[in-house]
Design a protein around this ligand. Structure first.
Ligand SMILES: Cc1cc2nc3c(=O)[nH]c(=O)nc-3n(C[C@H](O)[C@H](O)[C@H](O)COP(=O)(O)OP(=O)(O)OC[C@H]3O[C@@H](n4cnc5c(N)ncnc54)[C@H](O)[C@@H]3O)c2cc1C
Length: 480
């Protein structure tokens, strides 16, 4: 990284807003929660420089300068993604750290909040709850990820069955394009006046620009009525979930666990547990709870004591954080989620299990369904193995497991990945998933139009013909 790069950035912002040469601090920018980053296998050893802009205008000045000078840029939210997408991979890459982008305003009459992307989501949710509103977006990482990260990765939370993703609640966005131009999409969402440009930036992981601010639709905060059900099989639970969503019932939360994950929730039995939550206007919520319960009984389910549901809610984050999380154990592990139509979901899960059992008999595999749509549901698959290879062997094992999972998913037309983003991790599967659909061609042309030199968030999602991320030239093992 050159002194002149640092001096130029200091001139655009101020010396206090440019970070470099502080070893510990810069190392923090080169890690996220992806197994490969935590095992020091990705990204390559590079020396980036980070900038901390205070507002959209400052982001625009940095982007314009980098564009003119041909300097690559990496956008960083809170760095709790698990795809390597926020990690620099070239020396002298400029990290746009969004943490200081913290505008915040509430338009109560319109029930819309304007929020800077640098806020940790929990801070925004707490601010809104004090005013009896909610974003309806409660991911497990609410305390460690940013608003911008959730928009960029199109993440989901536990209440998505009613409220959708955070991205689906966007009314308008402010985005700094790769050349420093600022785009503000209409503050009333475009209806029949051309395509909705918000969608280009939601879930596109920063490859088309830096989102700096969003107007978000709010929901009234109401009590969440919880219940726990026990189904005789995963299939029976899925059939019930399909029926109630297709009837038009709108529970905020449906989390259905397979036999293995259910065993962690109740001491005995091999049934499949579902935790269900209903909120909204009280009279409607009460009627909805009664319908959900009747439908469950008709599907052969038992109602479990209320404590099962309230304990689950109170401890729902625990599996994802130390000391319980897989990340804190010396094991090979990962998660992959996928969306399938109801017609295919069980066959898809069976195919994935079959692929893995044939190749990795020692692998523990479990699943739950947590985001329900009228036409299908999302299965969140966790895998782990006590055998943890090192170095290049870990890349090989990890990607061959993902390959087997992908093969199972694709056999039945499901779509890999519902909410963690593609980043670098799933890039090898992205183009293959959309083979022959034309999706990749259009995304590449848009990239070419907005960022012809590929300077912004290079390597995320699109990189036609690139080697898989574990290939020697990118692995830390081989970097200087
Ligand atoms: C314990 C744990 C639990 C998790 N649970 C969930 C969950 O329940 N649901 C879920 O969806 N995810 C979950 N995740 C994953 C993670 O929280 C999400 O991927 C989240 O979106 C990452 O946000 P971040 O601020 O940490 O982003 P980062 O890791 O900093 O960045 C993620 C990607 O977004 C891009 N980006 C960030 N900000 C912007 C911006 N302003 N403009 C353009 N691009 C940007 C980055 O370049 C990168 O590609 C979990 C992670 C952990 C560690």
């Amino acid at each position: 990284m050159s002194d002149s790069l640092v001096r130029s950035l200091e001139a655009i912002l101020s010396p206090g807003q440019v970070l470099c040469n502080e070893r510990a601090r810069m190392d923090a920018y080169t890690v996220d929660v992806w197994l490969m980053a935590r095992r020091d296998l990705y990204p390559p050893r590079v020396r980036p420089v980070a900038v901390l802009p205070d507002d959209t205008a400052e982001v625009a000045r940095v982007m314009r300068w980098c564009h003119d000078a041909g300097v690559p840029v990496r956008i960083r939210g809170a760095g709790a993604g698990d795809t390597g997408g926020a990690l620099p991979r070239r020396d002298g890459e400029v990290i746009v750290d969004t943490r200081r982008l913290r505008t915040r305003a509430l338009a109560e009459r319109d029930q819309v909040a304007t929020v800077g992307v640098g806020w940790i989501l929990l801070t925004v949710e707490e601010w809104l709850r004090r005013r009896a509103y909610t974003l309806g977006h409660l991911p497990a990482s609410i305390s460690c990820s940013s608003v911008g990260g959730f928009l960029a990765n199109a993440g989901s939370g536990i209440l998505s069955t009613r409220y959708g993703k955070l991205a689906e609640n966007v009314v308008s966005l402010v985005v700094v394009l790769p050349d420093g131009e600022v785009l503000r999409t209409p503050r009333v969402r475009a209806h029949a006046m051309g395509p909705d440009l918000n969608s280009l930036f939601l879930g596109s992981e920063g490859i088309y620009g830096v989102v700096t601010e969003a107007d978000l639709r709010l929901h009234r905060l109401t009590p969440l009525r919880l219940m726990a059900l026990s189904f005789p099989s995963f299939g029976a639970g899925i059939a019930w979930g399909r029926r109630v969503t297709q009837l038009g019932l709108a529970p905020a939360l449906i989390r259905l666990y397979d036999e293995e994950e259910s065993r962690g929730l109740v001491a005995e039995g091999s049934d499949c547990i579902a935790v269900v939550g209903v909120d909204g206007v009280e009279a409607i919520a009460r009627a909805e709870v009664a319908c959900l319960r009747d439908e469950a009984q008709a599907a052969g389910a038992r109602l479990l004591p209320d404590a099962v549901a309230s304990d689950w809610y109170g401890r729902r984050m625990a599996p994802y954080f130390p000391p319980n999380s897989m990340e804190s154990r010396d094991v090979l592990h990962g998660v992959v989620d996928f969306v399938a139509r109801y017609t295919d979901i069980e066959a898809c899960l069976a195919a994935v299990r079959e692929e893995l059992a044939g190749s990795y008999p020692e692998l523990h595999v479990s699943a739950h369904c947590s985001h329900w749509l009228s036409y299908g549901t999302m299965a969140y698959l966790s895998f782990w193995s006590p055998v943890l290879p090192r170095g290049q062997a870990l890349w090989t094992a990890y990607y061959s497991i993902l390959e087997r999972i992908f093969a199972g998913i694709r056999r039945h037309g499901a779509l890999m990945n519902e909410h963690h983003g593609v980043g670098v991790k799933l890039r090898p599967f992205f183009a293959r998933q959309y083979e022959e659909s034309g999706v990749v061609t259009v995304l590449e042309r848009l990239k070419q139009a907005l960022d012809p030199r590929g300077l912004i968030n290079a390597g995320n999602i699109l990189e036609p013909g690139a080697a898989p991320p574990g290939a020697a030239e990118e692995a830390r093992d081989d970097a200087g």
